[in-house]
Design a protein around this ligand. Structure first.
Ligand code: GUN
Length: 277
C-alpha cells in the first residue's frame, strides 16, 4: 500500500504558488465569510486564512453571527463582490439552516467564484469546458495525478452525490475518460458497486462507512470524509485500518484530501487574480 500524502503534496503546491505569486505585480486577494458557530467550519476557515498568508495571498476575513438574516449575509456578499481589490469571495458552508445558501452563493459572479459552486462554473465543468472547479474534487484529481495514477479507462465509483464533492468530481473524472458510477443513499447493492471500483471515492459523511469487504484488492481508495467519532477521534468515511493492506493506494484522514482542498482554493484564487490582470 502506498499512502497518498495530501499534506506533503499540498505543501509542494503552496511552494509552487508562492513562486507564482511573488512574480505578480498585484497580490491576489480572497474574502472569506463565516456565518455562525460551526466548530469544524471555524477550523477550516482558519486553515484557509493561514494557507493564504503562506503563499502571499491577501485575505479578508468576515464573521457574522449564527442568527444573521438572509438580508444581512446578502448585503455583505454584495458589497464584497463589488470591491475591485478582491479577486475571490468564499462563503464557508454549511450556512445556518434558516439561510438560503443557494441564493447567497448565486450572488457571487463566476469570475470571483473561487469555490466553483456557481451554476455557470459547474455547468462549464459538466460540459467539459474550462470553468472553475470545486476545490475538493479538483484536489482529488490533483492528488491522483501527482502520484501518476491512471484515470483514463478506469472504473471510478463515487459514494455520495453532493453538490460540493460527488457531482462535480464525477464530471472531472468523466472529463479524464474514466467510467464513472455515482452511488448514494438509495443505491441498491452498494457493496457490489464498490467492489467494481478501480478508484473508490468515499464522500458520504459517515464515519468508517466503507468497510474492507466493499473494496477490491489493489483499488485506489480516496477518503473525502472527516468525522469526529464518539471516542473523540477523527475518522474518515473509510475504515482505514482494515482497508490499508488491501488497497494499492489510500488517503489518510487527516492529511489526505483536506489539505488538497485548501491548496486548490489557493490555486483558483491565484488563477482568478491572473485572469483579471
Ligand atoms: N464546506 C465544506 N467544503 C467546503 C468548500 O470546499 N468550500 C466552502 N466554501 N465550504 C465548504
Amino acid at each position: 500500500m502506498t499512502l497518498l500524502d495530501g499534506k506533503r503534496i499540498a505543501a509542494e503546491i503552496r511552494q509552487e504558488l508562492y513562486g507564482e505569486v511573488s512574480e505578480m505585480k498585484q497580490k491576489p486577494s480572497l474574502a472569506v465569510i463565516l456565518v455562525g458557530n460551526n466548530s469544524a467550519s471555524e477550523v477550516y476557515v482558519k486553515g484557509k486564512i493561514k494557507a493564504c498568508e503562506e503563499v502571499g495571498i491577501h485575505s479578508y476575513s468576515y464573521r457574522l453571527p449564527e442568527n444573521s438574516t438572509q438580508k444581512e449575509v446578502e448585503k455583505l456578499v454584495s458589497s464584497l463582490i463589488q470591491k475591485k481589490e478582491i479577486n475571490g469571495v468564499l462563503v464557508q458552508l454549511p450556512l445556518p439552516k434558516a439561510l438560503d445558501a443557494d441564493k447567497i452563493l448565486n450572488l457571487i459572479p463566476p469570475e470571483k467564484d473561487v469555490d466553483g459552486f456557481s451554476p455557470l462554473n459547474f455547468g462549464k465543468v459538466a460540459l467539459g469546458e474550462k470553468g472553475v472547479s470545486a476545490c475538493t474534487p479538483l484536489g482529488v484529481i490533483e492528488l491522483l495525478s501527482r502520484y501518476n495514477i491512471e484515470i483514463t479507462g478506469k472504473h471510478a465509483v463515487i459514494v455520495g452525490r453532493s453538490k460540493i464533492v460527488g457531482r462535480p468530481l464525477a464530471m472531472l473524472l468523466l472529463n479524464r475518460d474514466a467510467t464513472v458510477t455515482i452511488c448514494h443513499s438509495k443505491t441498491q447493492n452498494l457493496k457490489e458497486e464498490c467492489l467494481r471500483a478501480d478508484i473508490l471515492i468515499a464522500a458520504i459523511g459517515r464515519e468508517r462507512f466503507i468497510t474492507a469487504d466493499m473494496v477490491k484488492n489493489g483499488a485506489v481508495v480516496v477518503d473525502v470524509g472527516i468525522n469526529r467519532a464518539e471516542d473523540g477521534k477523527l475518522y474518515g468515511d473509510v475504515d482505514f485500518e482494515n482497508i490499508k493492506e488491501k488497497a494499492a493506494y489510500i488517503t489518510p484522514v487527516p492529511g489526505g484530501v483536506g489539505p488538497m482542498t485548501i491548496a486548490m482554493l489557493l490555486k483558483n484564487t491565484v488563477e482568478a487574480a491572473r485572469k483579471k490582470q
